[in-house]
Design a protein around this ligand. Structure first.
Ligand code: IMP
Ligand code: MG
Length: 176
């Protein structure tokens, strides 16, 4: 068993997901929205957020995933694009669902990629945020974040280290 120092508890995460869902439902109210999850890390957040939106009265919600990863280890901000959306987004209200913002490179790439497809609107919800690591400038008015984290490599709630720990219901740092 690995020793894990908890940085965000299940309860804190639940509250942050609710806060984000409230903000999304306030912005879009009666609109139809398309949630675009960034694989793989966003799968847990997506599942919880989507159901929270239903509880808040949003019924017109569609879900898609896009597969993009950044080589965060190299600091190069290089992006690997593995799988595109399966539907057009022109004229749609699109909400990118991301697990964590670190340098901002992944989101900068994604915003550019999707913007040219002319969605009616395009915002980002990211559950975790490493504020001090930002390299790319992101449009803050279009980004909703949940929990700020220190500049440490974290795992859990979808986030992995070498493919492991995504299934932890909380977020923390692996001791060894
Ligand atoms: P960015 O492009 O530097 O903002 O990095 C964002 C992506 O890197 C996220 O979508 C995650 O997949 C991954 N990532 C960043 N920080 C961590 C971490 O602490 N643990 C696990 N994955 C991370
Ligand atoms: Mg990612």
């Amino acid at each position: 068993m690995s020793n894990i120092q908890v940085l965000a508890t299940e309860r804190q995460i639940r509250q942050a997901v609710r806060r984000i869902a409230r903000e999304v439902s306030r912005r879009y109210q009666e609109e139809s929205i398309l949630l675009v999850g960034v694989l793989t890390g966003a799968f847990v957040f997506m599942a919880d957020l989507a159901r929270e939106l239903y509880r808040m009265g949003m019924t017109d919600v569609e879900i898609e995933f896009i597969d993009i990863s950044s080589y965060s280890g190299t600091e190069s901000g290089q992006i690997r694009f593995d799988r595109d959306l399966t539907v057009p987004i022109s004229g749609r209200h699109v909400v990118i669902v991301e697990d964590i913002i670190d340098t901002g490179a992944t989101l900068a790439f994604l915003l550019k990629l999707l913007e040219v497809r002319e969605p009616a609107s395009l915002i980002v919800v990211a559950l975790f945020n490493k504020v001090t690591r930002r390299v790319e400038t992101l449009p803050s008015e279009r980004i909703i974040t949940g929990i700020d984290l220190p500049n440490k490599f974290v795992v859990g709630y979808g986030l992995d280290r070498n493919g492991k720990f995504r299934h932890l219901p909380f977020v923390g740092i692996v001791a060894s």
